[in-house]
Design a protein around this ligand. Sequence first.
Ligand code: MG
Length: 303
Amino acid sequence: MSDYEILDPRFSKLINGSARLERLWTGGRWTEGPVYVPAARHLIWSDIPNNRILRYDEVGGTTGVFEAPCGYHNGHTLDLEGRIIACEHGNRRVSRLDHDGSWRMLADRFDGKRLNSPNDVVVKSDGSIWFSDPTYGIDSDYEGHTAPSEIGASNVYRIDPANGTITLVASDLVKPNGLAFSVDESVLYVSDTGVTHVPGLPATIRAYSVSGDGSSLGAGRVFATCDVGLFDGFRVDRHGNIFASSGDSVRVFTSDGTLIGRILVPEAVANVCFGGPRRNRLFITATSSLYAIYVNSGPAARG
Ligand code: MG
């Protein structure tokens, strides 16, 4: 059985027909938040309900615990210096792993109120940090700690690189989740997984135009709708295609929103990340496991 469903010839150029999906590790409860760290040649990702960060050493092919407990981490990315930026459900904050090995808080409040539970994060080329803040980490004790939302809404925020100021950039999503910039950073894609709280709501990725000074967003529009499960996390490749998680596969869309193919995965996919020395290996966190597959593409940006 093939690991691919090819819907458009453009997808054939992105895949290596002889590459096969590999399961690298299993044993988690809900794996998410992968980031490849080139200098260490390892992948860091979250096993949220088990309150731990895992590390896959691609040189030795082994997996171990990177940190536990960890504050119920979810999404990870890299900043311009290659430091890990983390979303922490449990501590309800965005943090950074400094070069000395300590976690430094970057954002835990907006307008004086505690954040809900930052979910996913991306860094723009100007060093600004953009993150989503749905309620999954305060809805129950499974992925964090049960608590009311002080803000009373699930938004997307930006941390200014110069002064650390946190501004609201999108408030029209039910549950903002994964996010990524287009290749030229003129568009920010954000998934809305609000169907988890509002039955029947379409699971979408929305596209927002980024303002000329790069500090705010224009009106959003629906970019893609998911017909199996939902879009959780995703990455943009160097050609502008979106590699998105879904309930049964990694779905690949061109920048005009056309679904051109799928990489089939036997578990519900939470997120993906390009890695490896040549960045042509797509790592896939899917429910209990970590998978990988070599592709003919690579990331648009670091992290
Ligand atoms: Mg997520």
